[in-house]
Design a protein around this ligand. Structure first.
Ligand SMILES: [Zn+2]
Length: 531
């Protein structure tokens, strides 16, 4: 049975760059283009040449890629000729394989926003597509507000789309710009469009304002569209764009799609999907969404004891797909409600051999329960759990000992008379027979403590050089009569590995210290540092 080809178009670097707080540098953009290219995405939209310096530079030279590298821009302005429009000229000059024009397809917007006539809007589409074609570019047309436009005036919306197709645009992309269209509407309207324009020239560009961008993309495919536009991790303004990281595995692993369609992402590339998703968050300096479908840390995590024992016997009992297919891991959470089976499953996953009748396993479970009762959260702190397990069952070497630390916070006037708060930490560390004292300043007490602790660990320094803290979360818990502080620290190293550690105390510095210590010791264990 031959499968039909479905094309993926990524707009992380253009539409995704509209996200609040996202600002890609040229280096970011080049790295992300490389990642998408390796993943097997058919089209990568890099940006809007002429709109800013970064995008102009990005398209300033030819990039060696497998993907169809695409520049985005507007059709010629109303009332101008294609040869006398600086914006269009910029776009035609760009070193891109394809040009994706955006044009209005809602008559109301043509009148109110563009202040021109329907005829001129269509003429602008025709002229722009023709100009790009004559420069040898593949052409796409994003029909802005297509679904709202179609509901208001189907004949005009279709006329815009058809004009581009007739002039030789490879793709006419139907955009749900406001993101309010529902799947059944998308399916019906795309069904109407493909009667006029062949489906293998029709694309879908969905926004997530009703949290159905993925569903809308799949609805469009069911109705006949053969290109899906979206972004990594659903990045995009407001509620985001269609999330390619959810769409790709659905197309590859769900038989209804996998049997009917073929995409450019190979099985091997799919196994790197979780890594690609996390690498984007890394660039954005964001903590990954734990609950992201397929790739989130919790996507294959199970908590209750009865589920965990079933999962050990047969993983398919509680998993809709195998986590390793998308580069993710199964995780059995160790928690207050945990039974021995959770603990055993988690030990197996982290590579510790233990017998279910081993009294140390029972002891470990008791310790977990005792500590969770006073505020520790091991299901969120995998690395602290692993250390606790290794300590209880075997041995974690005493690499070093912090014999004393001292943290001060001082508020004073600086040399130019501004009031500043300065934190300083002094740490005494004993490694073997040697003692060292390190001091460091920080922007806060925990930061100062972290800096001082990691300043001089003697022979272990080389193992922790690449360690950095990527997230720090504090929660005040009310357990019994006194409030305690729980600190969760997420760390990472230059292998791209991430781990979370926990500390609990009535004192926030002490809680942070515990979590910092666990993070460093975990890194040493992980690196196989000799004692
Ligand atoms: Zn958009």
């Amino acid at each position: 049975m031959t499968r039909e080809r479905l094309y993926l178009f990524d707009t992380t670097l253009r539409d995704g760059a509209q996200t609040n707080g996202v600002d890609f540098t040229l280096a970011d953009k080049l790295a992300i283009v490389g990642m998408l290219d390796e993943l097997g995405i058919d089209y990568v939209e890099g940006g809007y040449p002429g709109a800013n310096q970064t995008d102009t530079e990005l398209f300033g030279e030819k990039r060696k890629l497998h993907t169809t590298f695409t520049a985005f821009g507007m059709t010629r302005r109303p009332g101008r000729s294609a040869s006398n429009d600086p914006g269009l000229a910029m776009l035609l000059e760009a070193e891109a394989d394809a040009i994706c024009f955006v044009a209005k397809s809602w008559d109301y917007h043509v009148k109110v926003a563009l202040e021109t006539t329907p005829e001129e809007n269509i003429a602008s589409i025709r002229d722009s597509v023709r100009a790009a074609k004559s420069r040898g570019r593949e052409v796409l047309l994003d029909c802005e507000h297509f679904f709202d436009g179609y509901k208001a005036n189907p004949a005009f919306a279709l006329a815009c789309a058809r004009a581009a197709y007739e002039e030789g645009a490879r793709w006419v992309v139907l955009c749900d710009t406001n993101g309010g269209t529902l799947p059944h509407e998308v399916e019906r309207i795309v069904g109407e469009v493909v009667k006029v324009i062949p489906g293998d020239h029709v694309g879908i560009h969905a926004h997530n304002d009703t949290e159905q961008a993925v569903a809308n993309s799949l609805a469009a495919v069911r109705a006949g569209a053969r290109q899906i536009q979206g972004t990594l991790n659903g990045l995009g303004e407001r509620c985001g764009n269609a999330n390619l990281v959810s769409i790709i595995p659905t197309l590859k692993l769900k038989p209804d799609y996998a049997d009917a369609f073929e995409i450019g992402v190979s099985d091997a590339a799919l196994q790197r999907l979780a890594q690609v998703s996390r690498a984007l968050d890394e660039r954005l300096n964001r903590a990954p969404n734990r609950h992201a479908p397929y790739v989130g840390e919790s996507a294959f995590a199970t908590k209750a004891g009865i589920h965990a024992s079933a999962i050990l016997k047969d993983p398919t009992t509680y998993e809709h797909v195998a986590p390793e297919r998308v580069g993710n891991k199964r995780k059995v959470l160790v928690s207050e409600q945990a039974g021995k089976s959770n603990v055993l499953a988690e030990l197996e996953r982290i590579g510790i051999k233990a017998d279910k009748d081993d009294p140390r396993v029972t002891r470990l479970l008791e310790i977990v329960k005792e500590r969770e009762a006073i505020g520790y959260a091991y299901e969120a702190a995998d690395a602290s759990f692993e250390l606790l397990a290794r300590r209880t069952l075997g041995a974690v070497p005493d690499y070093f000992d912090v014999t004393q630390f001292d943290v001060t916070v001082e508020q004073r006037y600086n040399a130019v008379g501004e009031r500043v708060t300065v934190a300083m930490a002094v740490v005494k560390v004993k490694i073997g027979d040697q003692s060292t004292i390190s001091a460091a300043e920080g922007n806060g007490p925990v930061n100062a403590l972290d800096q001082a602790l990691r300043k001089d660990l003697g022979k272990y320094q080389k193992y922790i050089d690449s360690l950095s803290l990527s997230d720090f979360r504090v929660r005040i818990l009310n357990s019994g009569t006194e409030a305690v502080t729980r600190v969760l620290i997420e760390s990472e190293d230059d292998n791209g590995d991430r781990w979370t550690t926990v500390g609990v105390s009535s004192n926030i510095i002490d809680a942070s210290f515990q979590a910092l210590m666990d993070s460093i010791v975990f890194k040493l264990v992980k690196s196989g540092a000799p004692v």
